[in-house]
Design a protein around this ligand. Structure first.
Ligand code: KIV
Ligand code: ZN
Length: 516
C-alpha cells in the first residue's frame, strides 16, 4: 500500500511573488477553482497581512473552495497570524475541507542576524508563540523554518521539537535560496526526521526554490527520504527562478511509483488546463521544451523516434499525452452557439460570471470573436475572460478605437481613442512599427513614464486566424506589472495589453512582501 503524498500548491502566494505576476481577486478565484479541480490538497491562497486586498482574496477563496484546504501564510508575529486566521475562517466551517495557517520564521544565522536582528532564543519563542496563537483559529498549523538549508542542524532540531510540542501539524523544510543539491537535501530531511523528537506526529514537508535548477530534484529527494508533503507551483512559478513545478513533481511520482511508493490525489488530466490558465493570467509563457506542459513535450521530431512511436508507443514515451490533459483542447463553440451553451462551457471550465451583466458583455465579445474566427477553442474562452479586460469594469483605461496606417516606405501612424474613467481622450503618433506607434500614442495621452521591460506575442491556438496573446511588462517606481491582451489583430491585442498593464500600474495599492 503506497503512502499519501500531500500536494501543497503555492501558485497564488509564492507564485505571485514572481515579478509582475500579481493577480486580482477574480483571477485568484479562477485559479483556485482550477486547483480544486486538479485535486491539490492545500491551496496557499496568499499572505493575508500583505494588504487588505490580499486578505480579501484569501477570504473569497476560502469561502468558495470546498474540496481543498485553504491556507494563508503568516510571519511568526501576532498581527500576521491573526490576519491569516481571520482570512481562512470560512474554510474552517462545515462543508469545507479545512483552513490552514502557515507560519514561518527564518532560522539561519545569516537571516537571524542580518535580516531579523533577533537572537536564536527570540526566534524560538516567536515560532512557538505563533503556532500557539494559530491554534486558536484552526487545528491545522504548518510551521516553516525559512532558509532551513543554511540553518544549523542542532538549532533547527530544537526549533522543530518546540513547535511540534506547541501543536504544529506540518513541519516544512524550505530551501529558500535554492542552494541545495539532491543528495544533500535528501540527507538533511532524513536526519531531521530521525533526530527530531515526536517527528512521527507531524507531516514533513519540503519547499524548494529553483536557483540552481534543482527544485524538483531536491523535492523528490526529500520524498525519497520521508517528506510526505511537497510545496510547489503550476509551471514552477515563484520568487526569482521559481519553485518546484507541480506538474513535474506529480508526474515523476506517478510515473516512478516503483521508486517513490507514494500516491497523490491529483487528477493529472487537469494539468495542462491548469498550466494554460496560470500562464494566461500571469502572462508568464511556458517554454516549448518544458517538461509535461511545454508544447513540444510529447512531439517527436526525429525519424527514428517517430518510427519507434508508431510501431510501439512506449519505445519513446514514458507518459501518455492524454493523461496530463493534452487531449482536452477540444473545439467547443462556434458562431451559431447560443448564450446557454456559452454559459455551460464557461462553467465547465470553472469560469463563473459574477453577474448577468458580466455574462452578457463576455457573450457579446464572444460573438465578435466568432465573427472573425471560425472555431472557438477552450483557450480562446480563457483568453476572452482573463486577458481581454472585459469583465473588470473598474479598469480606468479602456480601448475605444484604434486605426493604424502602415505601408511600405511610409512611417507607421497610429490613431487611438481611449476611455479614461469614462471620458474619451484621443491622440495620434508615429513609430517604428504599428505597435510602437500605438504605444507612443497611448503614452502621449497617459504620460505614465513607465519603462517597457518585455513585449511578447504568442498565438493562443493554431492557424492564421488565431488570436494573438500579447504580454507587456512595465516598470514604474520600482514596481513591475504584467498586462495581457488578446485579439485576432495583434496590434489591437498589443494596445489592450499595454492598457491592461497601465491599469495595474495605476490601480494596485501597497503590499508587504512576506520575506522582508
Ligand atoms: O521560500 C521560502 O522559504 C518560503 C517560506 C515562506 C516557506 O516561501
Ligand atoms: Zn518560497
Amino acid at each position: 500500500m503506497n503512502e499519501k503524498l500531500v500536494i501543497f500548491d503555492t501558485t497564488l502566494r509564492d507564485g505571485e511573488q514572481s515579478p509582475g505576476a500579481a493577480m486580482t481577486k477574480d483571477e485568484k478565484i479562477r485559479i483556485a477553482r482550477q486547483l480544486e479541480r486538479l485535486g491539490v490538497d492545500v491551496i496557499e491562497a496568499g499572505f493575508a497581512a500583505a494588504s487588505p486586498g490580499d486578505a480579501e482574496s484569501i477570504r473569497a477563496v476560502a469561502t468558495i473552495i470546498r474540496n481543498s484546504k485553504v491556507c494563508s501564510l503568516a510571519r511568526a508575529f501576532e498581527r500576521d497570524v491573526r490576519a491569516a486566521g481571520e482570512a481562512i475562517r470560512p474554510a474552517t466551517q462545515d462543508g469545507h475541507a479545512g483552513g490552514r495557517i502557515h507560519t514561518f520564521i527564518a532560522t539561519s544565522p545569516i537571516h537571524m542576524e542580518k535580516k531579523l536582528r533577533m537572537q536564536p532564543d527570540q526566534v524560538m519563542e516567536a515560532a512557538v508563540n505563533a503556532v500557539k496563537l494559530a491554534l486558536e483559529y484552526t487545528d491545522d498549523v504548518e510551521f516553516s523554518a525559512e532558509d532551513a538549508v543554511r540553518s544549523e542542524m542542532d538549532f533547527l532540531c530544537h526549533v522543530f521539537e518546540a513547535v511540534i510540542a506547541a501543536g504544529a501539524t506540518t513541519i516544512n523544510v524550505p530551501d529558500t535560496v535554492g542552494y541545495s543539491i539532491p543528495v544533500l537535501w535528501g540527507e538533511r530531511i532524513r536526519e531531521l526526521i530521525q533526530r527530531v523528537k515526536y517527528a512521527d506526529r507531524v507531516i514533513w514537508s519540503t519547499h524548494c526554490h529553483n536557483d540552481l535548477g534543482m527544485a524538483v530534484a531536491n523535492s523528490l529527494a526529500a520524498v525519497m527520504n520521508g517528506a510526505r508533503q511537497v510545496e510547489c507551483t503550476i509551471n514552477g512559478l515563484g520568487e526569482r527562478a521559481g519553485n518546484a513545478s507541480l506538474e513535474e513533481v506529480v508526474m515523476a511520482v506517478k510515473t516512478r511509483r516503483d521508486v517513490f511508493h507514494c500516491d497523490s490525489r491529483i487528477d493529472t488530466t487537469q494539468i495542462v488546463p491548469s498550466s494554460r490558465l496560470v500562464s494566461q493570467i500571469t502572462g508568464y509563457p511556458v517554454q516549448p521544451n518544458k517538461a509535461i506542459v511545454g508544447a513540444n513535450a510529447f512531439s517527436h521530431e526525429s525519424g527514428i523516434h517517430q518510427d519507434g512511436v508508431l510501431k510501439f508507443r512506449e519505445t519513446y514515451e514514458i507518459m501518455r499525452a492524454e493523461d496530463v490533459g493534452w487531449s482536452h483542447n477540444k473545439l467547443t463553440l462556434g458562431k451559431l452557439s447560443g448564450r446557454n451553451a456559452f454559459r455551460t462551457r464557461l462553467s465547465e471550465l470553472g469560469i463563473v460570471m459574477e453577474s448577468e451583466e458580466a455574462l452578457n458583455s463576455t457573450f457579446a465579445r464572444f460573438k465578435d470573436l466568432a465573427d472573425k474566427k471560425r472555431e472557438i477553442f477552450d483557450e480562446d474562452l480563457h483568453a476572452l475572460v482573463s486577458v481581454d479586460g472585459g469583465i473588470d469594469t473598474c479598469d480606468r483605461f479602456k480601448l475605444v478605437s484604434l486605426k493604424v496606417c502602415s505601408e511600405t516606405g511610409e512611417t507607421p501612424h497610429a490613431f487611438l481613442v481611449l476611455s479614461d474613467g469614462g471620458a474619451e481622450i484621443r491622440a495620434d503618433e508615429f513609430g517604428g512599427g504599428p505597435v510602437d506607434a500605438s504605444f507612443r500614442a497611448i503614452e502621449k495621452m497617459v504620460e505614465s513614464g513607465s519603462t517597457l521591460l518585455l513585449y511578447s506575442v504568442n498565438n493562443i491556438t493554431t492557424g492564421t486566424d488565431a488570436q494573438g496573446e500579447v504580454t507587456v511588462r512595465l516598470s514604474r517606481d520600482g514596481r513591475i506589472v504584467n498586462g495581457q491582451g488578446a485579439d485576432t489583430d495583434i496590434v489591437i491585442a498589443s494596445a489592450k495589453a499595454y492598457l491592461n498593464a497601465l491599469n495595474k500600474v495605476f490601480g494596485a495599492g501597497e503590499r508587504a512582501h512576506p520575506q522582508v
